[in-house]
Write a protein of this length. Structure first.
Length: 395
């Protein structure tokens, strides 16, 4: 087989399309693969400008590319493989990789284009891209679901932690209550029982002094029990939501002086309550019953936790927009470690010893003050006394 027939056989049976054009851009030859790709018969294309196989904008630019190369020698696509689009007879387009080579003869030159159809590769790429996008979308969706699930788990964990903390606090309250009740109820009842027995003994001897002494102890024990029961009753009403603030206008000076006089009767030997008012006005709009309970509780504590021969300072300060009440003593003070639990129910500082108390008073004060839109604070140093401050907005 001669060389010419050998080359023709290769071209005619090539899988990729092969097109040759002259230096003007007119088609001279197409192999069967090229005709099949573009959907033409050979007679429909031979002699036509190769731009007939190109979509816009390459169609109108093609002749310019050839002319520019012929004039300048600057290659645009010759010898450079690149991806382009071809236009079939039915007007549809398809992607292919184009490689152009230049063949020079003595009297002329031709250009040969090698066309490798990329339709399947592009379809696969699009399919892969579609799968990738769907996968990314699914991953994002699953990630959102996972984040939501993690968030819900964290919330559940926090809720469980809060429940455990509440249960722990409740158990602590129960422990404090049992401890307080067993001690606070037993002590006055034992004292009453002993004093009653001794009264019988001293009555026979007609020992009036000792009878009066033990009668006073019985009265004091009854007062302690009454205080405990009143604290329980107040707490029960607060927990049931039965306590509401009923504000009314009253004179804070006469109100405080009356409490001071009443509490002075309960002081220890040579204990004195000193009341002072600061401000040009005296009328306030608050619930006098709740406020009286708060002040009596604070002054009672000051009396209870201070020694004989001490002063208790009770101050009222009325500003344009605020009422401040202060109760200051020079008693045993509150350890710093106990101060953050001070207003919890049934809590008592570790240095109270055998001094009677339910651990409810300050909790009730705090809640009563809250019902009146006020605030309570405490400053204390062990062995140096305590200052409680109540503040209320006033109109």
């Amino acid at each position: 087989m001669d060389r010419s027939k050998f080359l023709d056989a290769i071209i005619e049976n090539a899988i990729d399309g092969i097109i040759t054009i002259d230096d003007k851009g007119f088609i001279e030859h197409l192999n069967p693969a090229a005709l099949k790709l573009f959907g033409y018969e050979r007679t429909e294309l031979v002699g036509k400008n190769v731009s007939v196989l190109m979509p816009e904008p390459d169609k109108i630019r093609h002749d310019g590319y050839i002319q520019n190369y012929n004039e300048t020698g600057k290659k645009h696509i010759i010898g450079i493989g690149r991806e382009v689009r071809g236009q079939k007879k039915d007007g549809s387009t398809f992607p292919f990789r184009l490689g152009v080579s230049e063949v020079k003869f003595s009297d002329r030159k031709i250009y040969t284009g090698f066309i490798h159809d990329l339709s399947k590769e592009k379809a696969n790429e699009e399919q892969i891209k579609s799968y990738t996008e769907k996968l990314e979308s699914k991953i994002k969706e699953r990630t959102r679901d996972l984040i939501k699930l993690v968030s819900e788990l964290e919330t559940a964990k926090e809720n469980m932690s809060a429940l455990f903390q509440k249960e722990k606090e409740l158990n602590q309250l129960k422990t404090r209550f049992v401890s307080m009740a067993s001690h606070e109820f037993r002590t006055p009842l034992s004292s009453m029982q002993l004093s009653a027995s001794l009264i019988d003994k001293y009555t026979v001897k007609q020992d009036v002094v000792n009878v009066e002494k033990h009668t006073a102890k019985i009265k004091n024990s009854i007062n302690n029990l009454t205080t405990i029961l009143n604290d329980f009753l107040s707490l029960e009403k607060l927990e049931a939501g039965k306590v509401q603030a009923a504000a009314q206008v009253f004179n804070i000076i006469s109100f405080a002086e009356e409490i001071t006089e009443e509490m002075q009767l309960m002081t220890k030997q040579n204990q004195h309550i000193i009341y002072e008012h600061t401000g040009t006005k005296a009328n306030v709009l608050l619930d006098p019953n709740l406020l009286k309970n708060c002040i009596i509780n604070l002054i009672s504590n000051a009396i209870k936790y201070s020694g004989e021969d001490t002063l208790i300072q009770f101050n009222s300060i009325l500003k344009d927009n605020e009422l401040i009440l202060e109760v200051k003593d020079n008693g045993i003070g509150i350890p710093e470690a106990d101060q953050h639990n001070l207003f919890e129910p049934f809590f008592r500082a570790h240095n109270t010893g055998d001094i009677p108390g339910t651990g409810l008073g300050l909790n009730i004060v705090s809640r009563y003050v809250g019902l009146m839109n006020g605030a309570v604070s405490c400053k204390s140093e062990q062995h140096s006394g305590t200052l409680f401050t109540l503040s209320f907005p006033v109109k």
